[in-house]
Design a protein. Structure first.
Lengths: 185, 472
């Protein structure tokens, strides 16, 4: 996830990557890596796999919070816009009806809320994931192209304090990973 | 086809194309790799190797796009007088087509959002396609109110923005609600569609046979690398988008119906309008999905990915929403009698027996009578019949909007202001032009982007593997 590979004492190395046969074996490998104390790692699968992110210790997903904030901003902003138009900027007396005619504000307020919440869900998901990202070291591994088709990968990163090229490579082999390769940064 | 190359072979991989029938959403023998290659293979296919039907279809659509250009250019030159609209029928084809197109779009959102929340497995292979259909239909819909403005180049006056005229739109008007509803709907549909596409664009980037393709898909994929943590946030964002799109789609057609229902015109001023418009929208949208997907799945040999299960489920939903629409018609008739209002009851009597009575009769035939054939399982499983019924429903739903717009307006309160509306050739040209525009976009879409969500089909493969493991 980061380029500060100097931390793990292996300059020029992003990490060590291994391929696993199927999603179940990948989850198992991730759980065992986490139990063995590895923290800086990432798993790769061609589709969302239930429990995979949890297996590598990921629990804080803030997308929903961001979307809630976006929705509230849209709602308040939309209502504020309408109030401002009809009461301050361009008050129009229609047969003596009240200027602050809130029931007729509901549709636009609702649309603004949905609009901002939806845009926030896209932007927050991408921002939290660090996308768009033109370069990432995992793509240096040729076999990694399978991660978007039928490959299941675990990459333990050099930034992990426990990382050592020899030991981590052996560890991934012991977990049953094939194609264990060094990922250049 | 004479041309044979690696991409072509991808498409004709060793897995036989077998429709597994109405009980399964995926043909036999598929794994993660085969579904990926099959779906992306359609896009990698060289243009020269496109099915002949695709080439002919795209060409004909392109001709109609030119007709649209012509009709719109003439409109800009001469104004809306070239259309058949008069007083009292100021809303002619423009509004009929606007409501028809936007309704068609709604099935796409229903399939991708509402069926996702309801965990309907058969949405998976048709959601991407339906979302694309939504976008293109809304693009067609959006043209009409703007063309109808009279001075379309001032369309931006509809948006509230600080201007030197110190003028603001009237946000208490349903027409202004419509501006917000439709533009929000378009934006959210694009976001939802694009979010769904990101992982598939990464797949296209990683496996495209040519460098320029990898570059284009690579830019669009934003560097997606299938990370488990990314997937986690991705799924949350997708779920929330589905949750937001669901009330949105209901609100959009409700607001479209407010364009009518908030007015005091007999036949428009009823409370049944919002639910009955939403049901009608989904009804016509499913009809359009079926109209498009039945030929396309056979042209691109996708019968094992879009199976009879999908067709039958869509046909059942079409039947169900059609019955809600039938209830709407019945309630309209009932209200006009029960209200005791002479204008309301005259309106309904005039709708059935007046100069436009034949459109009402055709409407009942197309929307209520003929689709009842879908009660029969054999009809639902007969592709040709389902396709024909879907086309009949498309026509019927267009007639519904014609009946609502024209019959209510042409004879309202004062007999001295009654009139007759006859669409001109320019009305027809604009309508046919948008049909061509819509079809051309659909044709281009199936060639340029994976028209089935690849990663979601991989999820289906994954689930079937787990199930198989449990059984054995």
């Amino acid at each position: 996830m980061s380029h500060d590979s100097a931390l793990g004492g292996a300059p020029g190395v992003h990490g060590v990557m291994a391929e696993f046969e199927n999603p179940e074996k990948l989850i198992e490998a991730c759980e065992r890596a986490y139990e063995s104390g590895y923290r800086r790692m990432d798993a790769y699968a061609p589709m969302p796999v239930e429990g995979l992110a949890e297996a590598i210790g990921f629990t804080r997903n803030n997308v929903a919070l961001a979307v809630l904030i976006g929705g509230i901003c849209g709602c308040v902003g939309g209502y504020g816009l309408l109030y401002w138009i009809t009461n301050i900027a361009y008050p129009l007396n229609v047969g003596g009806r009240p200027l602050h005619s809130w029931p007729s504000y509901i549709p636009i307020t609702f649309e603004c809320m949905i609009l901002l919440a939806a845009l926030t869900s896209l932007v927050s998901m991408l921002a939290m994931n660090g996308l768009p990202q033109p370069y990432h070291p995992v793509f240096n591994v040729d076999v990694f192209a399978k991660a978007s088709r039928d490959g299941f990968f675990l990459c333990i990163e050099a930034a992990d304090p426990q990382f050592s090229i020899a030991q981590t490579t052996q560890f991934l082999r012991d977990l049953g990973g094939s194609e264990v390769t060094l990922v250049p940064a | 086809m004479a041309i044979k190359n690696p991409e072509q072979e991808l498409l004709e991989s060793n897995i036989q194309v077998v429709d597994p029938g109405p009980n399964s959403i995926l043909g036999p023998g598929h794994d993660y790799r085969s579904v990926t290659d099959r779906i992306s293979g359609v896009v990698y296919l060289p243009w020269k190797a496109s099915p002949k039907k695709w080439l002919v279809g795209a060409f004909v659509s392109f001709c109609f796009v030119n007709l649209l250009m012509l009709a719109v250019s003439y409109l800009f030159l001469r104004g809306v007088g070239i259309w058949g609209i008069t007083i009292p029928i100021g809303w002619g084809f423009a509004i009929i087509n606007f409501v028809w197109w936007i309704g068609i779009g709604h099935a796409g959102t229903l399939i991708s959002a509402i069926l996702f929340l309801l965990k309907q497995d058969w949405r998976t292979s048709i959601n991407r396609f339906s979302e694309a259909m939504t976008l293109f239909a809304v693009a067609c819909a959006g043209m009409f109110p703007i063309l109808h403005l009279g001075r379309p180049w001032l369309a931006y006056w509809l948006m509230p923005y600080p201007n030197t005229m110190w003028l603001w739109p009237q946000p208490r008007s349903p027409l202004e609600w419509d501006v917000f509803a439709v533009s929000t709907y378009m934006t959210v549909s694009i976001v939802f569609w694009y979010v769904g596409l990101i992982p598939d664009l990464a797949t296209m980037r990683d496996h495209a046979p040519k460098l320029w393709m990898r570059r284009i898909y690579g830019v669009l994929a934003l560097g997606w690398r299938s990370s488990a943590i990314h997937w986690h946030r991705y799924q949350k964002a997708y779920l929330l988008l589905a949750g937001l799109a669901t009330p949105l789609v209901l609100s959009v057609h409700t607001i479209v119906s407010f364009d009518f229902a908030i007015s005091i015109i007999p036949g428009w001023h009823t409370t049944i309008f919002p639910p009955y418009f939403v049901a009608g929208a989904i009804y016509s949208g499913f009809a359009m999905v079926l109209t498009l997907i039945i030929p396309l799945r056979s042209w691109y040999k996708m019968q094992d990915l879009i199976t009879m299960r999908h067709i039958e489920a869509a046909a059942k939903l079409m039947l169900g929403t059609g019955l809600i629409v039938a209830y709407g018609y019945a309630m309209e008739a009932f209200f006009s009698w029960y209200s005791g209002d002479p204008y309301e009851s005259f309106m309904y009597w005039n709708r059935i027996t007046g100069p436009y009575g034949f459109t009402y009769a055709l409407l009942i035939l197309c929307n209520i009578a003929i689709p009842q054939a879908l009660w029969i399982g054999k009809v639902r499983r007969n592709l040709l019949l389902v396709w024909l019924i879907a086309i009949v429903v498309n026509i019927g739903m267009w007639l519904e909007r014609f009946v609502i717009v024209v019959t209510s307006l042409h004879r309202d309160f004062l007999p001295s202001s009654w009139g007759i509306y006859i669409p001109t050739r320019w009305d027809w040209a604009t309508y046919a032009g948008t049909l061509g525009f819509f079809m051309l976009l659909i044709f281009l879409f199936v060639r340029l982007l994976p028209s089935i969500s690849i990663f979601e089909v991989r999820e289906v493969v994954h689930e079937e593997r787990i199930e198989a493991a449990h059984v054995s």
